[in-house]
Design a protein around this ligand. Structure first.
Ligand code: TYM
Length: 325
């Protein structure tokens, strides 16, 4: 039996190369070896206000993005979270297992509520528990994510262990899969922050659907550090970030990247990086036009059916163990 992976992304904002390099790229790589479930987490999206029309469109657009990135529906199960009601049901159960103190420690809530917890939705506070449910419903072994989700994965393991201890073996304890390179792609404008869908400065991110001119312009305007060497160096996070993007998209090793740019200036480096990004994104950008709505809804419907089969078994077991059914 293949081991199982589960991951997901929110259908909000525009996906950027951080999402691609930190998560999607690995989803594609891992789908041959694992029984893969990739979810469009629209119930997570509504933890902050959304325009209903836009959310509906973005949900389908994200499915298209998964496919164009190379997630293969013959190998992987692609589905929309709200099509499998067990996600919300298990989240309620796990709300009764999670503790306030645990959720209060979550740094993403602190960031997203901008320190004003009183005005945040209860859903935003509870966001990690829904994520825990997503993962545990499928008896997941491995969860490929970027660095920013690490704390949520730790919570997942804690809640699974607690439930197993209190009610008997029920959940597989999942491991995170955080790539050694690319788990935290930084903002092009401020290397103290990660590249983020919700950044108001559109020049801080390269979006997956940016055209060649936009990509080139954004890279040209990206901040750099003092000094001139094009080298990986923790003290120079801006250049290191650009080199990391280059490394992942060129397929070169870090040594090869440094050797390649030895003696060259920022101008040459940025020109070549822009070309590399444009070429890397080209097949994705061409493929995204291929899927029409009918084909997409077939894939999502059969994905949801397959997901529901597994999710309903887990939930039934949970209810029986708790004395609900
Ligand atoms: P989301 O939609 O914010 O991001 C999707 C994936 O992209 C990764 N990521 C990054 N990786 C590298 N550099 C960056 N700058 C960067 N920004 C984002 C994220 O780590 C993520 O892997 N909570 C999740 C969605 C989710 C989920 C799940 C994931 C819901 N349930 C269950 C895994 C398993 C989120 O908001 O991802």
């Amino acid at each position: 039996m293949k081991k199982r992976i589960f991951s997901g992304a929110q259908p909000t904002g525009e996906l950027h190369i951080g999402n691609y390099l930190g998560a999607l790229k690995n989803w594609v790589k891992l789908q041959d070896e694992y029984d893969a479930f990739y979810c469009i987490v629209n119930l997570h999206a509504i933890t902050v206000p959304q325009d209903p029309k836009v959310l509906r469109k973005k949900t389908l657009d994200l499915a298209r993005i998964y496919l164009a990135a190379g997630v293969n529906p013959e190998k992987s199960t692609i589905f929309i979270q709200s099509d499998v009601a067990e996600h919300a049901e298990l989240a309620w159960v796990l709300n009764c297992v999670a503790r306030m103190g645990e959720l209060e420690r979550m740094t993403q809530f602190k960031d997203k509520s901008k320190g004003n917890a009183a005005r945040a939705s209860v859903g935003l506070f509870d966001y990690p528990v829904l994520m825990v449910s997503d993962i545990l419903l499928y008896q997941t072994d491995l969860v490929p994510v970027g660095q920013d989700q690490k704390q949520h994965l730790e919570l997942t393991r804690d809640l699974a262990e607690r439930f197993n201890r209190d009610f008997g073996e029920t959940f597989v304890i999942p491991d995170p899969y955080i790539p050694p390179v690319g788990a935290k792609i930084l903002s092009l404008k401020d290397p103290s922050k990660k590249m983020s869908k919700s950044d108001e400065n559109l020049n801080a991110s390269i979006f997956l659907l940016d055209d060649a001119d936009t990509i080139t312009r954004k890279i040209k305007k990206a901040v750099t550090d003092s000094g001139t060497d094009i080298k990986f160096d923790e003290e120079r996070p801006a250049v290191t970030n650009l080199l990391t993007i280059y490394q992942l998209m060129s397929g070169k090793t870090s040594e090869e990247c440094e050797a390649h740019f030895e003696g060259k200036g920022y101008g040459d480096f940025k020109r070549e990086l822009a070309e590399t990004v444009v070429e890397y994104m080209r097949p994705f950008q061409e493929k995204i036009k291929e899927y029409d709505d009918d084909e997409l809804s077939k894939i999502l419907k059969s994905g949801a059916e397959k997901a529901r089969e597994i999710a309903s078994k887990t939930l039934k077991d949970v209810y029986e163990k708790m004395g609900i059914k």
